[in-house]
Design a binder for this molecule. Structure first.
Ligand SMILES: C[S@@+](CC[C@H](N)C(=O)[O-])C[C@H]1O[C@@H](n2cnc3c(N)ncnc32)[C@H](O)[C@@H]1O
Length: 215
């Protein structure tokens, strides 16, 4: 992974490509109706590849740019990074023959300068990316209180990536997937207890009453 100034860790392109392949998000498929969310896009490691594949799929299946308004959404709280990711998406769209108006409309619609935990996405087919790592104790008191109110797994002792996992799982369509490159510490340690219970409980529920959460 690349480590730019500020300690935020960005994902290498080949990792994003591999993860999208593993999720079957490939241009050979019709991607127009698959709803994808990148929860913390940074400078666009995932979003640039998602938009590229979407355009390649469009050329194959002949849907129009206007069909793609709800195909993708990306979030970040850092305006500088978000602008870089949005510009990259704009240029990919233009390279694939979108008009300036279409590229401008889609890149503005898709990229949100906002907290992913506060987002209101639903019925998402794929939540994919590299979440931030921030200890709860390094978050503002207001954020901690809001996250703890909204989420079952977030405590004042956890890391924000736990909140990203639960939030991602909650917004999925019945057959949706969450695919994150992230630490596996939550699978064993104390602060991951609630997330493990949340996933196990959802899995049991899904097998009794039809699918609810899949990973
Ligand atoms: C580990 S970096 C990953 C960036 C990008 N996904 C990549 O893989 O290259 C995490 C990103 O999360 C963003 N971030 C931090 N808190 C956030 C929040 N509450 N909502 C959305 N993005 C956030 C940071 O600004 C940073 O760009």
């Amino acid at each position: 992974m690349n480590k730019p100034n500020g300690g935020t860790i960005y994902t290498n392109t080949w990792v994003a490509e591999l993860m999208l392949d593993l999720c079957d998000y490939v241009p050979e498929n019709n991607l127009a109706k698959i709803r994808v969310v990148d929860p913390s896009c940074g400078e666009g490691s995932f979003s640039t590849e998602v938009v590229t594949r979407l355009c390649q799929s469009m050329e194959r299946y002949r849907f129009s740019f206007l069909d793609l308004a709800d195909s993708f959404a990306a979030y970040d709280t850092d305006g500088r990074s978000l602008k870089i990711a949005r510009n990259a998406a704009y240029h990919v769209l233009r390279e694939h023959a979108a008009s300036a108006d279409e590229a401008d409309y889609l890149s503005r619609r898709w990229f949100h300068l906002a907290d992913f935990i506060e987002s209101d996405q639903a019925n998402v087919d794929l939540v994919i990316g590299n979440p931030p790592y921030i200890r709860a104790t390094d978050l503002s008191l207001q954020d901690r209180q809001q996250y703890a109110q909204q989420l079952q797994t977030f405590t004042f002792g956890t890391d924000i990536y736990i909140a990203f996992l639960e939030k991602g799982l909650r917004m999925l369509s019945p057959k949706g997937k969450v695919c994150f490159i992230c630490s596996d510490r939550w699978q064993k340690n104390q602060y991951g207890t609630r997330l493990r219970r949340f996933i196990a409980g959802s899995w049991i529920f899904s097998h009794r009453n039809g699918p609810m959460i899949s990973m």
